[in-house]
Design a protein around this ligand. Structure first.
Ligand code: GLN
Length: 552
């Protein structure tokens, strides 16, 4: 461990969903802009080894890192804000902690001791708090503790944090508590009691928070700040208002205005270094909020009721929009709702169609209809992972005349398995962590659409799937006009397909959304938004000409 590393813990009180991830990411951004190497990790209190086996309805999107970890979606926020990749070590769950401890016990590592939550589980947690600094030097490591203070399952983490702080001293280890200051309409007042209770709960576990960050819908007046400070035992300057923002990307500014970065560094006894230069972010947020034009993109998926299921995709679209000075009017389209009959009504006014990743058979037909509609109507199409496989199935059925073209995921016995399980996947029966995961190289065909987007011939993108394009059908597809424009140079797997006679029809076996960040918008999303805007303008032009003809 490097002794000089400073640690910040972010805990949550009162209720879940207050935005600990955004708070951690925003603070990290400010510290990074001041010149500190900063990283963030997330500790989740559930017993799953990782969120890879969780239904997206339960926990939102599963985010994938370069090293193939299936992680919590907050890691996506960390990467989008910090523009620095995370890894397996940045996400720890209770399941993983226990797995390690139980494995050690079986190896006899505990030398006959009774293995207990304290000290064995808490020791393992503390070791993981430090782990990131073992391979790389960081000035500051921010640890977000999932869950809410008071949850039974959070207790070992709070206790480990207490011990850690005691061992390192408060100038090396800071606790920030995020709470809610609700507004009671009937009383016309902001209320501090929930925060007081939540801090008491932390105190019962032996932890006095250093800084209170208060989520609120209204500005917190000075007298209320003073009350919060006094009842919760924090300095007045350490009561930080975290008012509702119109976009999460505004939060770093708001917290900077509240001096959160200065208070934090003072408490950690670190110099302020330079003022954070937020000008680039300011420009980005300005374009996000007041774009010059709009594009309407339909996201066709089966988990659309919970927008978090497609968090990285929707953020990548917004970010690419802002960089093109365009707002994205995102239409969430349930794949089960789309049929041949209503396709025109549901999809006809879109400037771009994105068919989302997914697993299992539900909603497949609607996705196939959507891909066909985009292909035939020349609407820009981006198919991600399953969205690429869908495009292949659709093309097989409707262009090549392979009436039974399918993926063996949905029709294991199909005579036309255009999408097939990868060879190395066939013998695997265990579910968790066994897909093709993480970053793989892809060779890009010169002068293809994706080449024009990436301006590179070798790219690295992240994967999460078990099925692939079946190369037995490659020749037939190529002869009919599908271009295999991205190939894995080692395995010869098809990673990208596109259509030669379409303005923008691309399917990627990988997930470009995971690598889109505020400072580095993803080239494929930029190109897709651009194509959508062109399509919109072209359609307007065409409509004008038709009207002119009618009138003449
Ligand atoms: N279900 C498909 C597969 O496993 C696609 C996965 C995805 O969209 N992430 O190959």
């Amino acid at each position: 461990m490097s002794d000089s590393t400073k640690y910040i813990f972010v805990t949550g009180g009162v209720t879940s969903s207050l935005g600990k991830g955004i708070l951690a990411a925003s603070l990290a951004k400010l510290l990074q802009l001041r010149g500190y190497s900063t990283t963030i990790q997330k500790f989740d209190p559930y017993i799953n080894i990782d969120p890879g086996t969780l239904n997206p309805y339960e926990h939102g999107e599963c985010y994938v890192t370069d090293d193939g970890a299936e992680t919590d979606l907050d890691l996506g926020h960390y990467e989008r804000f910090l523009n620095v990749p995370t890894s397996q070590a940045n996400n720890v769950t209770t399941g993983r902690i226990y797995e390690t401890v139980i494995r050690k016990e079986r190896m006899g590592d505990y030398k006959g001791k009774t293995v207990q939550v304290i000290p064995h589980i808490t020791d393992e947690i503390k070791q993981r708090f430090r782990q990131l600094s073992e391979n790389q030097r960081f000035d500051i490591i921010i640890t977000e503790l999932g869950g809410t203070v008071g949850d039974i399952e959070s207790l070992p983490y709070i206790e480990a944090m207490r011990q850690f702080r005691y061992e390192h001293g408060p100038e090396h280890c800071l606790v920030i508590h995020l709470t809610l200051v609700p507004y009671l309409q009937a009383a016309g007042e902001l209320k501090t009691k929930p925060t007081q209770h939540s801090v008491k709960m932390l105190l019962q576990s032996g932890v006095q928070p250093d800084i209170l960050v208060c989520r609120t819908e209204h500005p917190i007046p000075d007298d209320l700040r003073a009350k919060l400070a006094s009842f919760c035992n924090v300095r007045l300057n350490s009561v930080i208002e975290n008012i509702n923002a119109s976009t999460i990307y505004e939060v770093p500014f708001l917290l900077h205005k509240e001096n959160l970065d200065v208070v934090t560094l003072n408490k950690l006894e670190l110099p302020l270094l330079q003022d954070p230069d937020l000008s680039k972010w300011e420009r980005f947020v300005h374009r996000l909020q007041q774009p010059s034009g709009m594009v309407r993109i339909g996201l066709v998926g089966k988990y659309v009721e919970l927008h978090d299921s497609y968090l990285s995709i929707s953020e990548a679209l917004k970010i690419a929009g802002a960089h093109n000075d365009l707002g994205v009017d995102l239409q969430w389209i349930h794949s089960e709702d789309v049929t041949e009959e209503n396709a025109e009504a549901l999809l006809g006014n879109l400037n771009g169609i994105l068919v989302a990743p997914g697993f299992g058979e539900r909603g497949i037909d609607g996705k196939i209809v959507s891909a066909r509609f985009a292909r035939e109507r020349k609407i820009p199409y981006l198919g991600i992972c399953l969205g690429m496989q869908i495009a292949v199935i659709e093309f097989g059925r409707n262009v090549l005349g392979l009436s039974e073209a399918n993926s063996t995921e949905f029709a294991p016995q199909t005579p036309e398995p255009v999408i097939n399980k990868m060879e190395e996947q066939k013998a695997i029966t265990q579910m968790g962590g066994t897909m093709r995961l993480g970053a793989y190289e892809c060779k890009v065909k010169r002068n293809s659409r994706i080449h024009k987007a990436y301006l590179q011939t070798h790219i690295m993108e992240r994967h999460r799937h078990r099925y692939e394009f079946n190369n037995d059908f490659r020749k037939a597809y190529e002869e009919a006009g599908m271009v295999m424009s991205g190939i894995n140079p080692k395995s010869d797997l098809v990673e990208v397909i596109e259509l030669a006679d379409h303005p923008f029809f691309i399917g990627t076996q990988f997930h470009p959304e995971y690598k889109s960040t505020v400072e580095t918008p993803h080239p494929l999303f930029l190109a897709f938004i651009n194509a959508a805007y062109k399509h919109k303008k072209h359609n307007k032009q065409a409509a004008k000409s038709v009207n002119a003809l009618k009138e003449s």
